[in-house]
Write a protein of this length. Structure first.
Length: 562
């Protein structure tokens, strides 16, 4: 592509190899997504066989709008049958615009160009062809109508989760037997005084200065979202387990569930509750408990390599309970943690040398409390290696001052050598081998990816709404947009197009619709709403996805030239 005077290359999509069987599967899946042509009458303009003389001098183009990305987003909306769901739950009334159309605007905008409702109403909507696809005029989109749609949509949250779970099973043949559960936080801009859940707490966004809410989400083994709950911003992860487990089982059933959670969810009360109620689990173990397994970690026998650089060892519960522990060690993680320890050790050593030099150069005696505070600050900033150092302040009578006595805790180095790169899992599933247990737990990265996508790609943060209901609705719209994101990700993956939906959406956004005005010798103008035909790169993507773009669209009012 040309940028100014330079020609640059840009990756449109990573094209994987598809054999004949793969192409058949991709085509079959595309048909399940796209289905039969939706609203085909929108793409018939009654000019197909008409011939009229045209004045070429007056030919012009008007009303250019983004078409490709919203066209693809609406295909995803219909693939999840959200149009059918909204038609069913939104009872018809005297409203000028059906609420299901307004809901589609909110979710499609969140997927294509995440922004506020005000931006959607004042700028984004009028720049897209969504008004043509929904038959929803620009002037009817305003922030108040969008806000009211948020209020109407959020009351159907539980039903939406059940609907998406069912539809995901139909599209991807997903199983809900393994549920991955994780938590994050999202912060507010402003005081959010009218929201009782807005609290200051541990911020995953590194914004402790802002109030926040916590979001607990559950996804399937492949990362498709099943449901979520919103908690107060100062809620500890372990305090959410009972509510999440019970609410998800109420919506999606109980039989056969395996709960996979990170170590932040672990408390003995939670583990006992899961066991007593017959629920199966695989959960991480806090690092503070690792020393219970020092002998097993130091023992170099009985480890099983399940993947290059990953080795595991099964151990019985030392307390004799019906649990199994899986010791895991990653070669890459060993190198990473060792490098981090070395970095922090070097930082502490350098800072202590500077402090001792400053004490020696000082013309007046520095206070003991002041020096201790500086030592504490040095160790606080480098906590990973702080336990290695024992620092004492020794009186130096010859200079009426102090000097630092630094000794090394050798047990820190010995423990680091054993524990670097290691972590421990615990489970009450006794009939799985260590490889299956580890592979299941490592899928928690899917839950982490769900939060990362919603924050980076769908702009769930910061939250500008302040009332509790609107905040819940904002999170629900992001949840629905993420479900559409995962459908597109699965779609392009099966089509051999990698797994980067944003690249596909951006590429499609370059496909626009235009009004081509043709002045005729009959004294009237013919206006054709045309879709720009895709270039070669876009053609490849469309062919792989099994999509065919229309060439023209029907105008609201077609003039009769006869």
């Amino acid at each position: 592509m040309r940028v100014g005077k330079r020609v640059q290359q840009r990756t449109v999509a990573q094209l994987g190899e598809l054999d004949n069987h793969g192409r058949i599967l991709a085509k079959t899946f595309s048909q399940s997504i796209v289905g039969s042509p939706e609203q085909a009458d929108l793409f018939r303009d009654n000019y197909k066989d008409m011939v009229v003389p045209v004045k070429l001098k007056g030919v012009r183009v008007e009303r250019s709008r983004r078409f490709g990305d919203v066209y693809l987003a609406m295909a995803l909306w219909r693939a999840l049958k959200l149009d059918e769901f909204c038609n069913e739950v939104f009872a018809g009334g005297r409203e000028e615009v059906p609420w299901e159309k307004v809901a589609a605007v909110l979710v499609v905008a969140r997927l294509c160009e995440p922004s506020s409702e005000l931006h959607i109403a004042e700028d984004w909507y009028r720049r897209t062809a969504l008004s043509d696809l929904l038959q929803f005029k620009d002037e009817l989109v305003n922030k108040d109508r969008l806000y009211r749609a948020l209020d109407k949509l959020v009351v159907h949250k539980d039903a939406l989760e059940r609907h998406l779970s069912k539809r995901a099973g139909e599209l991807f043949e997903t199983s809900n037997d393994i549920l991955l559960y994780d938590m994050t936080s999202t912060y507010f801009e402003g005081r959010a005084e009218s929201n009782p859940k807005a609290m200051r707490g541990y911020s995953r966004d590194h914004r402790p200065d802002c109030k926040q809410v916590c979001i607990a989400m559950v996804v399937t083994f492949d990362g498709f979202p099943l449901g979520y709950e919103v908690f107060e911003g100062n809620t500890h992860d372990s305090k959410t387990v009972h509510q999440i487990v019970e609410s998800m089982e109420k919506r999606h059933g109980v039989i056969g569930r395996v709960w996979v959670m990170d170590r932040g969810m672990v408390s003995e009360d939670n583990v006992d509750w899961l066991k007593e109620t017959g629920r199966r689990y695989i959960i991480g173990t806090p690092k503070v408990q690792m020393k219970k397994w020092a002998a097993e970690l130091a023992d170099k026998t009985s480890w099983k390599e399940i993947r290059e650089g990953i080795e595991v060892k099964l151990c019985a519960d030392p307390d004799g309970k019906d649990e199994m522990f899986i010791l895991c060690r990653s070669r890459d993680r060993v190198e990473k943690e060792r490098a981090m320890h070395e970095l922090f050790i070097a930082r502490i050593s350098k800072a202590l040398c500077k402090l001792e030099s400053r004490i020696a150069r000082s013309k007046k005696r520095l206070g003991r409390d002041s020096i201790n505070r500086q030592i504490g600050r040095i160790l606080q900033l480098n906590q990973r290696a702080a336990a290695r150092f024992k620092i004492d302040l020794i009186d130096d009578d010859s200079r009426a001052s102090f000097h630092l006595k630094v000794s090394i805790n050798e047990s820190f180095d010995e423990w680091s050598l054993i524990s670097e790169g290691a972590y421990i899992l615990r489970t009450n599933i006794m009939d799985w081998n260590e490889e299956r247990l580890w592979k299941t737990y490592i899928q928690l990265t899917q839950a982490e990816a769900a939060f990362r996508i919603q924050k980076k790609e769908l702009s769930i943060r910061p939250v500008w709404h302040h009332s509790e209901g609107r905040v819940e609705a904002h999170i629900l719209v992001c949840f629905l947009a993420f479900a559409m994101w995962k459908v597109l990700e699965g779609w392009q993956s099966k089509a051999g197009l990698g797994n980067s939906p944003r690249i596909i959406l951006e590429e499609f956004a370059r496909i626009q619709s235009h009004d081509v005005v043709l002045p005729t010798t009959l004294g009237v103008d013919v206006k054709l709403r045309c879709i720009a035909q895709p270039d070669s790169a876009q053609e490849i993507i469309l062919e792989r996805l099994g999509l065919t773009l229309p060439k023209r669209m029907k105008l609201p009012d077609i003039q009769d030239l006869n």
